[in-house]
Design a protein around this ligand. Structure first.
Ligand SMILES: C[S@@+](CC[C@H](N)C(=O)[O-])C[C@H]1O[C@@H](n2cnc3c(N)ncnc32)[C@H](O)[C@@H]1O
Length: 320
């Protein structure tokens, strides 16, 4: 633990390069080449994601913020007297900034993110803005074995906005929700933003914008592997691909090889056929019933749900 300011501590469980290399080599050696979406978020990836949130086509951020703004009183009532707020995938912490003024009883905020510099920078800004709250910034992979620096007093609420829950596979999402339920005590809560099923045209535009920012976000993964793992991907020989897989109810993002080629990561060589892809992200979409049923199966009781008028996005409050 390091003390960064009077009211901020940092905990570092950063993924070592060797572990990242091992996981990526394994994913690229599989019959369908796949890399976990968590590797999209180096510092540049986080910056590009912030740019995505401001795009016209990317409705989730502004729709979720609109729900928070319009329903803040009901949300505050549902959450009640929270002592500790834990946020998964906090990124810029912009959404919590909008909510913190309303959680008068809050004593500690525990943001968790894999993008280290981005996390510590946004936590510092927050610490200055909210000097009465202790901030315990945890850098690490929330799917891994993290030990959280939690005080055993008062009500705990997990905050997981941005529909990042959609990145989990059906089996993973259950394990993750059950693991989250174990962190909580009876009466604690989970406030989570979940993107909803809708017209595939709206979805596909949100993940393949006209300015090419989402493409740059996806392709940045190749740049990151070149820089951090000594790989030799030619970014110009891959293209961003995003489409809605209706059967699976998910947006898929891929990097598509534009020719037959070979690429090295250290001693490992990978061959790509023209048109072959690296699957880099899934974003599952849920109806309200589907998500509430899932939550109930994982140890939560759905308490409240809010949506926008067009039912594009949902915010659920679940009780342990
Ligand atoms: C889709 S963005 C959402 C950011 C922000 N919460 C929002 O709603 O705009 C996902 C965030 O989760 C973080 N993240 C993704 N996978 C992660 C993992 N396995 N462990 C920790 N953080 C992760 C990313 O760095 C990023 O900040």
């Amino acid at each position: 633990m390091r003390l960064l300011e009077n009211n901020i501590q940092s905990y570092d469980f950063y993924i070592e390069k060797e572990n990242m290399r091992e996981e990526i080599v394994k994913g690229l050696s599989a019959p369908v080449k796949t890399i976990s979406s968590k590797y999209l978020y180096d510092h540049r990836g986080s910056e590009l994601f912030e740019m995505i949130t401001e795009l016209e086509e990317y409705y989730p951020t502004r729709t979720e913020m609109k729900i928070f703004n319009e329903k803040i009183q009901e949300i505050t009532m549902a959450v009640g007297d929270v002592h500790t707020l834990i946020e998964y995938g906090s990124g810029s912490s912009n959404k919590i900034k909008a909510l913190l003024h309303n959680f008068a009883s809050l004593k500690e905020y525990v943001p968790i993110d894999i993008s280290r510099d981005f996390l510590f920078q946004s936590s510092l800004e927050l610490a200055m803005q909210f000097p009465h709250i202790t901030i315990k910034a945890v850098c690490g992979d929330y799917t891994g074995p993290l030990t959280l620096p939690l005080e055993a007093k008062g009500k705990k609420v997990i905050f997981f906005p941005g529909s990042t829950i959609g990145n989990f596979e059906p089996v993973e999402v259950r394990n993750f929700l059950m693991k989250s339920a174990k962190l909580l005590d009876e009466g604690d809560g989970f406030l989570i933003g979940v993107d909803m099923k809708k017209d595939s045209e709206i979805l596909e535009k949100a993940y393949d914008d006209g300015k090419g920012i989402t493409a740059a976000f996806n392709l940045n993964l190749l740049t990151r592997m070149n820089r951090e793992l000594g790989a030799n991907f030619n970014e110009e020989q891959f293209e961003h691909l995003a489409y809605y897989n209706k059967e699976k109810g998910r947006i898929e993002m891929h990097l598509e090889s534009q020719c037959d080629q070979r690429v090295n990561i250290g001693d490992h060589e990978f061959s790509f056929r023209e048109g072959e892809t690296i699957h880099t992200e899934n974003s599952y979409k849920y109806s309200i019933d589907q998500f509430q049923t899932l939550a109930m199966e994982c140890g939560f009781e759905p308490s409240k749900v809010w949506t926008d008028d067009e039912e594009k996005f949902s915010v659920h409050y679940l009780k342990k």
